[in-house]
Design a protein around this ligand. Sequence first.
Ligand code: HEC
Length: 619
Amino acid sequence: MKFQKVGESLSRELRSGRELWLQLVSIARLVGQCVGWRAVQTYPQGTRSPLLSIAFALPLMLAAPSVVQAAEVKAPGEKPLREYHEHALRHEGNPGRGRALFHDPRTLCMQCHSTDGKGGSTGPDLYSAGDKYSREDLIRSVLEPSATIMMGYSTTIVETRSGERIEGVLKAASDRELVLSGVGNITRRVAREMIKEQRTSPVSIMPSGLQAALSLEEFTDLIAFLETMKQPEMRLANEAGTPAAIQRLSRPIILRTFLDPVHRFDHPVWFQEHPVLDGHFVVAEQTNALLWLLEKRADGDRKTVFANVRKEVFVTETEGLLGVAFHPRFAQNRKYYLMHEFMEGNQRSMIIAERSAREDLRSDLGSPSRPVLKIDIATEVHHGGGIVFGPDGFLYIGMGDSGPQGDPLGHGQDLHSLSGKLLRIDVDRSENGAGYAIPTDNPFFRHPDPAVRREIFAYGLRQPWRFSFDPATGDLWVADVGQDRFEEVGIVRSGENHGWNVYEGFELYSTRHRTEQMAYLPPIVSFRRRHGTSVTGGHVSRADPESTFNGVYICGDFESRRLWGITQRNRTLQVIREIGTSPAKLVAFGQDRRGGLYAVGYDLGMIYKLDMSDAKFEP
Ligand code: HEC
């Protein structure tokens, strides 16, 4: 469950494995469904003609007998998953033979996956599976596909008004239609007005039981092949910003438990010292949509509810309350802001809401929120989540590309859309019936095309989950969660295009939305998969001018739980070090009023203080 940045790897659902037999029957059903004439009748109104449908289904027809046969010949449980698991762990396997098996129609892998952009795209590209996963995790991914489902690749089930049921991975979503991709990469378009019900299934479209067609040795070879899928070394020009190895400090930062463990939080996503009350901190819980006031006292920690906004927030495992910002004049006007998901009918949106605190500033007033900005979104991924007041007093909003994976509609590059952007608004004024005004020095304020959104501050972003300003220089550091290959950290300035989905990191991702003569700004660092899978932005350390960490940008990775320190010159990487490890999944960083830094542990519900007293940042 990661929510939105939370996104990527966060969003994995746990589910117990099913009976092998049932699974095999379901594969047979799935295959049957695709090869049958029904498919030919139902798919043509999509992107393919009936003939093409048959051509597409052909490899499946060939594959079907062996799979179905496997289902019939092997009694359920005859060769338990455990045997495959243990064999693949204990034996090395032959990656060359594994590669052949991956491409063998018998395994079906190529129906849904590519390793070089040339196979199916129903499932994720496995180009760097060996960087991303340990051998054990790879084995699990294949034996129990539904145990963890990769964010953005869950199965969408649509029931139409004509009573048809369509399953697939959501590939595109517009106001008019959804595009679902199923086995064999067959796409299906469904008009929105035809949809009676739409839901997300806890079962991966990747069938379990695929190993049944393989001997123990063959399965092991397949895993050995996946393990070799690692990112190749890159062109020298990009090497500097995409380090192959990141040296660990000999004296790393220590993350110290900041709370009495009895006060653990439930999926915390945001933490900061209270802007006025000394020794008080505020924590946001994503799925409870609760804000807590945490008081550090000599006789122990105390926690009381600051605000409960559960009634206004749409919550799923990956959605809910994502970000908080106190107004710079909170002490006087008592206003603060939330960013959260919202659902009305079938329409999802992201909301920026304004709320007010009571006079004592210890809790919320309890009146309904004032909606400031609402952004409609079509899928359950990449909703951004960060809101921060800049040194200029304007509210900056990190808005993701709003999915699906790969940003097929090119929201990141589209100045008519608020998705895939950093936005900048003035919450102190309202104009044109909106709940906010547009700062007149926003970069597109005078754009000749009236449909270009004036709220945009910078674009070409994918999922800018957490960002912050360096209080000394004003630099705006943004950590952008990556697609298949790279996580990015960069400094963003007004009007800039940071590349997504034309670029991912320093590398070309897609030419579909590319514009000639466009300046695409590269990041300062792009992390390879071996370092992490979901970057979490932090802060430039400014607490102690004497510290070796003074001026070092500190960030980390949700999954690998590593913390990094980064310095730059002219937005080129100078030094990067691994500076510590978080005990829990690193979902956000927080700050106290003196600039002391904290890490928020999502799964363990713990807050950690970064203790730099014995650490040394060595360039
Ligand atoms: C019907 C389509 C389909 C088939 C066939 C299929 N997969 Fe998948 N696979 C998916 C989807 C969708 C996901 C992502 C959802 C999930 O995590 O289960 C996935 C996830 C994975 C992952 C995890 C990737 C990640 O980055 O999280 C691995 C590894 C994998 N598949 C390997 C295989 C192998 C090996 C085969 C052949 C034996 C195979 N798959 C067959 C659809 C498929």
